[in-house]
Design a protein around this ligand. Structure first.
Ligand SMILES: Cc1cc2nc3c(=O)[nH]c(=O)nc-3n(C[C@H](O)[C@H](O)[C@H](O)COP(=O)(O)O)c2cc1C
Length: 327
């Protein structure tokens, strides 16, 4: 798959997830295997006013490339300025958020609110396209309150403005995350599109991705929530597509990944902040494992890298010895 001049190693894309897809998380996903990783959404206002918290979201390293940075906002000038800043820091792709349905974002006219204000959407796309040379993509919903014309309208505007690819999470803005993703809307978009279409929504196992590609003819697949629990899913999809083989990580691989995640988090966030964030993240990564509730209880209060690593290693030993007994 190719987005503008950026060639991806495969059609698998890690979704932008606010509070989750920071640099450490993107790095572990990349290490296992993924065509493209995306940053969480970044406020164009925060960037323009040099908010420290926003600037932290721009952390990146060569190892994660190609990487896409997503911005949100409703002011064409601020959006263009932000895109310019991010391009100058070495991003490969800029993505614009047309899909966030959080009330605060909608109230500011950003995210999925742009689905019902095509004239503002167009101004933003014209300004951002003019400001940067790297590929530009957008991530949309199916519409504001009903699926259909809003998405096709935005597609046409995007293509006229020189957007290089479009992702659809097929729920309306009003739906938020309720109901199920209507993949038939991805098929409708793909039929009308001249640019690559990335399908997203409710992929919870590798076979789902193949089904989505088969049913919609989309060019790439994007996974969000499932990757928070199973970071292997993107590599598993890739393997299923390229080798027709389903891969499963063993306990050692999964725990090595958790250790990597802890180390990268401490490196990029500092020990205190990393430990705070890891309390929930490590919990997600062990959901469904034998006696995981004990582990989850123990990591609720982690405050140092050393303590975290030793809890992970202890838990790994429990799982390995249980497995040895079962064999
Ligand atoms: C915790 C969380 C944070 C998200 N943050 C973003 C974001 O920053 N930008 C965005 O475009 N979508 C965001 N989304 C939406 C996802 O990228 C994705 O479109 C949605 O979860 C559907 O895909 P999935 O079923 O694979 O999770 C977020 C979703 C969740 C659950």
């Amino acid at each position: 798959m190719q987005i503008g001049n950026i060639k991806l190693s495969g059609p698998t894309i890690l979704a932008p997830l606010a509070g989750v897809t920071n640099l450490p998380f993107r790095l572990i996903i990349k290490k296992i295997g993924c065509g493209l990783v995306c940053s969480e959404m970044i406020s164009s206002t925060g960037l323009a006013y040099k908010s420290l918290k926003t600037q932290m979201l721009l952390n990146s390293t060569e190892k994660e490339r190609p990487v896409s940075f997503q911005i949100f906002g409703s002011d064409p000038e601020l959006m263009a300025k932000s895109a310019e800043i991010i391009e100058s820091l070495g991003a490969d792709i800029i993505d614009i958020n047309f899909g966030c349905s959080v009330r605060k974002i909608l109230k500011s006219g950003s995210g999925a609110a742009l689905m019902k204000t095509p004239e503002i959407a167009e101004q933003i796309l014209i300004s951002v396209r003019k400001a940067i040379k790297i590929p530009l993509t957008i991530k949309i919903r199916t519409g504001w309150d009903k699926s259909g014309t809003d998405a096709l309208n935005i597609l046409k505007i995007a293509e006229n403005c020189g957007v290089d690819a479009i992702t659809m999470h097929p729920r309306t803005a009003k739906q938020g995350f309720t109901g199920t993703a209507d993949w038939s809307q991805i098929a409708v978009l793909k039929k009308a599109a001249q640019i690559p279409v990335i399908g997203n929504g409710d992929i919870t196992k590798p076979e789902d991705a193949l089904k989505m590609i088969f049913e919609t003819k989309c060019d790439g697949v994007m996974v969000g929530r499932e990757a928070m629990k199973n970071p292997w899913i993107l590599a598993q999809i890739d393997s299923l597509i390229k080798k027709n083989k389903k891969t499963e990580p063993d306990i050692n691989m999964h725990f090595d990944l958790m250790i990597d995640y802890v180390k990268e988090s401490v490196l990029y966030l500092g020990e205190k902040k990393a430990c705070f964030i890891l309390r929930s993240r490590l919990s997600w990564l062990t959901k469904g494992f034998y006696q995981s509730s004990h582990f989850r209880e123990s990591i609720k209060k982690i405050s140092s890298e050393q303590e975290t690593l030793s809890l992970i290693n202890d838990y790994k030993e429990i799982l390995i010895s249980r497995q040895a007994h079962a064999e």
